[in-house]
Design a protein around this ligand. Sequence first.
Ligand SMILES: [Zn+2]
Length: 205
Amino acid sequence: MFFQIFYSSHSFLILLLLLTAIIGDYIVDHSKLHLHRALFDNITHALIGGISWLVVCMVFRNRYTTQTLAEIALCTVIASCIDLDHFYAARSFHLKDATNLKNRPALHCSTFPLFLVFILLLIAHVLHERWLLRITLIILTAFASHHTRDAVRRGYWFYPFGSTQSISYTAYIALTIVIPYLVCLMIKFVGIQQNSSSQFNVDIL
Ligand SMILES: [Zn+2]
């Protein structure tokens, strides 16, 4: 009975993630005003980020409600704020300038979060700081979901190696669903590593 509830709520979240992506993209594509397109595009990024971390929390059956809500909020905010670098790169607060850049802005370079996450994971592992590990994986989830959605138009950008081809819409949807589970695998891996080297608790989340 318990597992039934767990798995049903789990598939409900995957369905929610799927629908958020598809409906969000549909609204963006059918918005006529530039402002509406940018707004709905950003809301979709934010929601996908938040729901992705909710899936991670559900897989690990996080029991700390306030902490879970704060983490979901953090992932939502990071997934949304990545697009602020459009304004920074344009040196302008005008939406038209921000969305008409010649080059992709820095936070859209996938090498940056990969490097940052690697460094933070290393620090978290050495210092045995579980809160830092959680925040690092929240950052990874937010960037991975955001970059995957943007990759439909422009591919992934791995400076200095260049960019990949644009990915198909099906690949984007599939990756969006897979990302939270990849993060869960990382949590399990890091948890097992810590457990074998010290008396660190395997229940990371
Ligand atoms: Zn973006």
